[in-house]
Design a protein around this ligand. Sequence first.
Ligand code: NAD
Ligand code: 0WE
Length: 256
Amino acid sequence: MSLLAGKIGIVFGVANKRSIAWAIAQAWHKAGARLAFTYQGERLKENVEELASTFGPDTLLMPCDVTKDEDIARVFAEVGQKFGKLHLMLHSVAFAPKEALEGEFLNTSREAFRMAHDISAYSLIALARGAAPLMTEGGSIVAMTYYGSEKVVPHYNVMGVAKAALEASTRYLAYDMGPKKVRVNCISAGPVNTLAARGIAGFMDMLKHYEAHSPLKRNVLPDELGATGTFLASDGAAAITGQVLYVDCGYQIMGM
Ligand code: NAD
Ligand code: 0WE
């Protein structure tokens, strides 16, 4: 079933094979989409090149630091030149300085707050604005979020505040872009053992906690995030916009 046949997409946030962005990119590719990839900087170039090239030698691959307006402008200019249009965009990018995820939220510095919000939340607005002129046939924008946006998850700290901004931005973007048939949604994933998660003290205990307390008594699998990403990108989700979908084995419904 080629749910995304003829669709062109761009993926932000692949760092390595464990990245959630890579799981969703593979699912989009299997569903028939043609994809372009971006990587954060030279450090990740080889990794992403190797992964992207498995989709064919002419896969468009571009550097993009989402804090740089010039980078974003160049990426969408290149997509315009190569494809002339765009249907899908995945935002799977987040960062806060390590020290901000360790101590008390009370001690969040102005600079850590600024960086977390610039990279993890503002970037969605900037990327959506870059994509909009190319989404002439309508489109679907998907961003990754986490439950720490709505409830206190110890140590998630300023990232929780940035994810709240990301989710609210999703709603305002959905309103602005709806008339052009562009939908904007978030996937709120349960914890996944990726590069961004592994550095976090107590992350393994968190996986155990979800196993014990989620209704499904297990953790979410990367392929399941891929499947939800494909659904949101497909016409099956044609009337869904501005939403946060929980793909967390049911954890979010629990009160205790
Ligand atoms: P990851 O480390 O594989 O992905 C994070 C990506 O952000 C990397 O590719 C990194 O290069 C990119 N990035 C950081 N700063 C950037 C910048 N300035 N410019 C461009 N790219 C930049 O980890 P992941 O877990 O796959 O994270 C992807 C998304 O999923 C994030 O938004 C994260 O908050 C979200 N998420 C993760 C989990 C989890 O448990 N892993 C759960 C829910 C949501
Ligand atoms: O969004 C995330 C993590 C994003 C992230 C990770 C890092 C690690 C390395 C952002 N910035 C940084 N900065 C670094 O220097 N998740 C949803 C995964 C995650 O991170 C947590 C979690 C969970 C879950 C941090 C504390 C508590 C829970």
